[in-house]
Design a protein around this ligand. Sequence first.
Ligand code: SF4
Length: 445
Amino acid sequence: MKILKNNYTIAVVNLENRSIINIEPSAEMREHIGGAAVNALLMEKYSQHDPLVLGTGPLTGGFAPASCLMVASFCTQDPYTETKKICHVPVTIKSGPLLKLSGMDYVVFLGQAAKSLVIYIENGSIRMDLAENLEGLDIPGAVKQLKLKGMQEAALITGPDAKASQGHHTASTGVFGGFDRCGLAGNMAAKNIRAVVLGGGKKMAFAAEDLTAERVLTAKIQKQLPRNRFLTILGKLPDADGAKALAKKYFRHSHACYHCPVGCINFLRYPADTTHVSKGQESAQGVFVMDHDGFAALCHKRPKDAHILMGKAMALGLDPFVLSEEIDSNTPLDSAMTQLESIVKTKMPDRVKKIRYLNDGICAAVYHLFGGALPQIIPPQNKEIFGSWEERVAFAMIVGVCPIPLLGMQALSPLALLPFITRDHTSHEGLMRRLEKGIQLLLNR
Ligand code: SF4
């Protein structure tokens, strides 16, 4: 069974006059498989209207492992070349499946809303409500408020002050944080979008053979997982000894996104006596660490309490990596928490150019265009197709799976995923050509 669609559902939302239309994909979009490649074409089509595009790939929401991906694409200043570039931020948890289950493959937002909005996408329709009731609330507080209104999932949300200091901020997937170190939060704030909420409501078709294929592939991936689950991704990062030590001490359990056998998200508990929890998060026992690189950077500065500071930073929608650059290592925790509250309002228009390190084979500008926060794990060198870090990430962002297992798990490779796209072997060659074209498009080659 083929799951490559000839048609996508594309909604275009004009934030200025609050109108919504559906458009047909162009022949070029159909040729480009999906995900970030189609997002890039939609960005091009609407380039005069400052678009923000949310999109899914052909595997999103199906039975392929880690098929949780939604890609958020927008245009921003590339700090390396100082030119305008399209960035594609991976958004995980269950954002991609919920967008599809809401009846949309792609949603394009144009222009700026006059007032701060919450966008609800559900059951084939899109609704825009004023975000007045979220004003001043940190992310756990705002998520709690949205849940009271029956929300399923906040796929994207920013902190309360993202507009005031865009350079410090990061867009969060609910309370889990995310992989935005390239300005998505700032782009949302400039558009006056406080949150995008996905409700699902529709059904999705899948191939019966995918169930068996998923079981086999998942078993292979699970065999490669470390016994100590907190090391699944942290264990593969260089220069992360402080983060490993802190995670070992406070690790409670691991958490996984939709259909992900890897479950790389570490839940770290706070010490029993901590009083440093955020508004709306009073019952929180700890913090979800999905941005391992940001956590490792913070642990360098604050090896004893980085997880508490990370929880606070995530609640305020602050980028833990940027904080690690600004916070002192010797300040007592109470003062450091106060420092965070003042940083959140400090104007810092440009993104920080620095990255913690850059592995051989990864170009800084490409790392930035895929969010700037994915782990720099060089995939196993087994002569597989799309074998470099850059090609693997681009492939994942097109087909709609989380890039992390494709980087760190030998059992999960582009070839292992092809049968989930089509079992018609005669079409594999054409499919590979189309994927290659999409990857070239994303990497600007
Ligand atoms: S690898 Fe981590 S971030 Fe990616 S889908 Fe799995 S749990 Fe989520």
